[in-house]
Design a protein around this ligand. Structure first.
Ligand code: SF4
Ligand code: SF4
Length: 457
């Protein structure tokens, strides 16, 4: 019980904020979402190489059939979430704001499942290599929003021994309750999935991390934990409690080094949704074709936790929940702190979509364009969970001083938005940090090219 004992030392003292949680859907059971007439499934829904289409227009496809893949190791195949006819292979809107090659499928309403979808056998009898191979075939990626291919995460280099698997059920973003409900309703499946992860990396222990504002999930997971011999870490309810590095520091007392990864301190963090998807893959044979997400906000008629087929258009989900209410303000995919605001509701739900938050026009705070104004109150510094100096990063980025940004560890920023949330002059700090990261990367590339050219002379 050593890991959890560390929690009592109250290591969660630095940074973070307390935005209104607005977790109105927390008591709502997960229901199946709409059966869309058409889905548009992007061939890139993960970090890494995009997939190539494996189907052609007019092909008939079935649920669970692979429709796109790549030869690259860091990639994840995509599968059809409906049965029906491929009606287009098109460049289509993607939640990240770009156009992405996507497979458009007209559903036949038959929900016919592909014959390859069948239980894979007992993962506890499989080697780590076999487990990783299946996970890649199943298109599993991190469902907390990062969408990093899980088979890659489960293959740390030989010199990085994983001792602890943390199953992240913190779900600290306002409005979002899908992970919470999954723990209440699918606790055992999550643990079976976590055991597969544990076997793949040879970890000694599993800890499920849950914020203390989810007492029902804590009690379910503790009961199952006693049976399976894993621990539940009860975390303070503070945003961004679920950020990987914060979680690791809080549970183990270990600090992931700047520019490092959790594996550098012997830890692997996976989301509860990812563990449940691994369960579905091994025990039901179903690749990642749907996911649980929360629909919430004062701009949508109904709140819900829904199991949504990947490729369902956001507007179909909003209509399913009773449609928009009031003057439309903002539609965010994910939570309001780290999610992506959309310019259209025609974008599809992808593997990484944890929520659809709809806010009315009058609720949304609009910033007038203007200069970076800083009164040096250092509230942003006090609230930054990564010990950064957001006001300096923001002002350097605003001035295009890319070289100076290197000294401020800008790449350690997890883009949680705590600094911007607290800033009294409402500086767009996260936006400036994103711009700064890109500017610094461009500058570094330029310097590398210059050095290379000089070396050749
Ligand atoms: S600088 Fe980055 S990590 Fe720190 S509070 Fe701001 S967004 Fe979060
Ligand atoms: S919170 Fe805003 S005003 Fe205060 S120091 Fe940071 S950037 Fe400046």
């Amino acid at each position: 019980m050593g890991w959890v004992r560390n929690l009592q030392r109250e290591l969660f003292t630095k940074g973070g904020v307390h935005p209104p949680s607005n977790k109105i859907a927390a008591t709502m059971k997960i229901f199946p979402g709409p059966y869309p007439e058409t889905v548009v499934i992007p061939l890139s829904q993960h970090i890494g190489a995009p997939c190539e289409p494996l189907v052609e227009i007019h092909d008939r496809v079935l649920i669970g059939q692979k429709i796109g893949d790549s030869e690259a190791y860091v990639s994840a195949p995509v599968h059809s979430s409906v049965s029906g006819e491929v009606t287009g292979i098109i460049e289509y809107h993607h939640p990240t704001g770009v156009e992405v090659l996507s497979v458009q499928i007209l559903s036949d309403g038959m929900n016919e499942v592909h014959p390859s979808v069948e239980p894979l056998g007992d993962p506890m009898e499989m080697t780590p290599q076999e487990i990783r191979k299946h996970i890649r075939r199943g298109g599993i990626v991190g469902l907390g929003g990062a969408t990093f291919p899980t088979h890659v995460k489960l293959a740390p280099p030989e010199d990085k021994q994983i001792e602890l698997v943390i199953i992240n059920g913190a779900e600290c973003e306002p409005y979002l309750t899908g992970d919470h409900r999954m723990m209440v309703e699918r606790g055992e499946d999550i643990i079976e999935g976590a055991r597969v992860i544990q076997r793949a990396v040879g970890a000694e222990r599993i800890v499920v991390a849950i914020e203390r504002n989810k007492p029902d999930a804590i009690s379910v997971m503790k009961e199952i934990g006693d049976e399976y011999g894993f621990e539940v870490a009860v975390l303070p309810a503070r945003y961004p409690m679920g950020a990987e590095k914060t979680l690791i520091k809080g549970i183990t007392g270990r600090e992931v080094p700047s520019g490092g990864l959790p594996m550098d301190v012997g830890v692997l963090v996976d989301n509860v949704g990812t563990a449940a998807a691994i369960y579905d893959l091994f025990y039901e044979g179903m690749p990642l074709v749907d996911r649980v997400l929360t629909v919430a906000g004062d701009g949508v008629a109904g709140h819900a936790n829904l199991r949504i087929k990947v490729g369902t258009l956001v507007r179909d989900v909003i209509d399913f929940c009773g449609g928009l209410v009031g003057e439309p303000g903002k539609v965010i995919l994910g939570g309001p702190m780290m999610g992506l605001a959309q310019y259209s509701t025609s974008v599809p739900v992808i593997k990484g979509t944890s929520g659809i938050v709809v806010l009315r026009g009058e609720t949304v705070w609009k910033r007038e364009p203007g200069h970076f104004v800083c009164i040096r109150c250092v509230l942003c510094v006090r609230r930054c969970p990564m010990n950064l100096m957001p006001y300096l990063i923001g002002s350097y980025s605003d001035a295009g001083m890319w070289e100076e940004l290197e000294t401020l560890n800008i790449n350690d920023c997890v883009e949680c938005g705590c600094c911007a949330y607290k800033c009294p002059t409402k500086n767009p700090l996260v936006q400036l940090i994103k711009v700064g990261k890109e500017g610094m990367a461009r500058q570094q590339k330029k310097m590398e090219e210059l050095t290379e050219a000089l070396d050749k002379e």
